[in-house]
Design a protein around this ligand. Structure first.
Ligand SMILES: Nc1ncnc2c1ncn2[C@@H]1O[C@H](COP(=O)(O)OP(=O)(O)OP(=O)(O)O)[C@@H](O)[C@H]1O
Length: 324
C-alpha cells in the first residue's frame, strides 16, 4: 500500500499540492485526473523523489520513503516524452537498466524476453528503435520501465503521443499488463475518458487538493461538486435552479442521459446536436436556459423536443447536498 500523508509542495509562492492524503492499495490502477497545470506531474515527481516535498510523508507498506533518493525508491516511471536510446536495438534498450545493475547475461536475456512477450514486442527485439512505429516505441519504453520489477509504477500521460485509434488499443493493453504484473499503477492524465476507461479509482486534482476520489461510476453518478460534474463526462453536466422542478434553495444537476424524451414538463428547441454511437446529444434552449440531453432518433435544428428529468443531484454553493 502507498500512503500519501498531507503532501505539500510549493514552487515559490505558488502552492501546487495543498495537503493531499490518500491510500492507494497494492494492485490498484489509480488515476490522477486534472486539467493542465493542476499539479499532476508534480505529484508524480514528489512520489518518485525527483522533487522534494515541503511537507508530508509518503509511506510504502508502512515504510517512510519521503527522504530516499529516487534510485532507492524502487519505482518505475514512464513519461509522456519517453527517451529511448536511438542507436540501440529494442533488446538493448530494454536490457539497459539491468546491465546497469550488473545482472548476468542469461538472466537479462530471460527477463527481457518475458517482458517483451508480455508487451507483444518479442518479434522486434533486434530492430533499431528508430525503425519501429510510435506505438511500438511506447511499448519499448514501458518494457524498459517494468523490466526491473519495481514495486510500483508511475505513468505520466504515457499514451498522449499516440493517435486516437492506437491509443484506444494501448489502453486495453495497459490494463491487461497491469493486471498480469499485479502492480500498483499511479497514472496521470488530463483526459477524463482515458481515466474512466483505465481506473479502478480516480482522484480528481483541483486547486491543489483531491476534490473527489472514487470509482469512475461514483464520480459519474455522484459528483461531489459542480466542478467535478462538469469535468467528468463527455458533455457538461446540466445545472438548473431547483425551482424548475419545485425545489427551492438548491440547484439541480443532471447528466444528459438522466432524462426521458417526448414526455415530461420541459420544452426545448434544438440549437445544435452531436451524434455519438447510438445516441444523439441535443443542445437545447429551454426558455433562457441551455440544456444538453441524450436522445435516440433523428432530429433537426429548430425542432421542439419535450423531455422530463428522471434523475438529478442537489447542489448548494457548488457542493452536492444529497445523502448517499
Ligand atoms: N520547476 C517548477 N518551478 C516553478 N513552477 C513549476 C515548476 N514545475 C511546475 N510548476 C508549476 O506548477 C504547476 C503545476 O505543474 P504540473 O506540471 O505539475 O501540472 P500538470 O497538472 O502536470 O499539467 P499538464 O497537464 O499541463 O502537464 C503549474 O502552474 C506549473 O507552472
Amino acid at each position: 500500500m502507498i500512503e500519501l500523508k498531507e503532501l505539500i509542495k510549493r514552487y515559490g509562492q505558488k502552492v501546487v499540492l495543498d495537503g493531499i492524503s490518500e491510500k492507494i492499495e497494492t494492485g490498484e490502477f489509480f488515476v490522477i485526473l486534472g486539467p493542465s497545470g493542476a499539479g499532476k506531474s508534480t505529484m508524480l515527481k514528489v512520489i518518485a523523489g525527483i522533487e522534494e516535498l515541503d511537507k508530508g510523508q509518503i509511506l510504502v507498506d508502512g515504510k517512510d520513503i519521503s527522504h530516499l533518493p529516487p534510485e532507492k525508491r524502487n519505482i518505475a516511471m514512464v513519461f509522456q516524452n519517453y527517451a529511448l536510446y536511438p542507436n540501440m536495438t529494442v533488446f538493448d534498450n530494454i536490457a539497459f537498466p539491468l546491465k546497469m545493475k550488473g545482472m548476468k547475461k542469461e538472466e537479462i536475456q530471460e527477463k527481457v524476453n518475458r517482458v517483451a512477450k508480455l508487451l507483444g514486442i518479442g518479434d522486434i527485439l533486434k530492430n533499431n528503435v528508430t525503425k519501429i512505429s510510435g506505438g511500438q516505441q511506447q511499448r519499448v519504453a514501458i518494457a524498459r520501465a517494468i523490466v526491473r520489477e519495481p514495486s510500483f509504477y508511475l505513468l505520466d500521460e504515457p499514451l498522449s503521443n499516440l493517435d486516437a485509434r492506437t491509443r484506444f488499443v494501448a489502453r486495453g493493453e495497459l490494463k491487461r499488463i497491469q493486471k498480469e504484473l499485479g502492480g500498483t499503477f499511479i497514472y496521470v492524465t488530463h483526459d477524463q475518458k482515458e481515466a474512466m476507461s483505465l481506473a479502478d479509482r480516480i482522484a480528481v486534482l483541483h486547486l491543489g487538493k483531491f476534490e473527489q476520489v472514487g470509482t469512475p461510476m461514483e464520480l459519474y453518478e455522484y459528483p461531489k461538486t459542480k466542478w467535478v460534474g462538469d469535468f467528468i463526462g463527455d458533455f457538461l453536466m446540466n445545472f438548473l435552479p431547483g425551482n424548475v422542478i419545485g425545489i427551492d434553495g438548491v440547484e439541480i444537476g443532471f447528466r444528459p442521459e438522466w432524462v426521458k424524451v417526448d414526455d415530461g414538463e420541459f420544452n426545448g428547441v434544438v440549437n445544435s446536436m452531436e451524434s455519438v454511437g447510438e445516441s444523439t446529444y441535443l443542445f437545447l434552449e429551454v426558455k433562457d436556459m441551455k440544456v444538453v440531453i441524450a436522445a435516440k432518433g433523428s432530429f433537426d435544428v429548430g425542432d421542439e423536443v419535450k423531455f422530463g428529468i428522471t434523475k438529478f443531484r442537489k447542489y448548494k454553493n457548488g457542493f452536492m447536498v444529497d445523502e448517499r
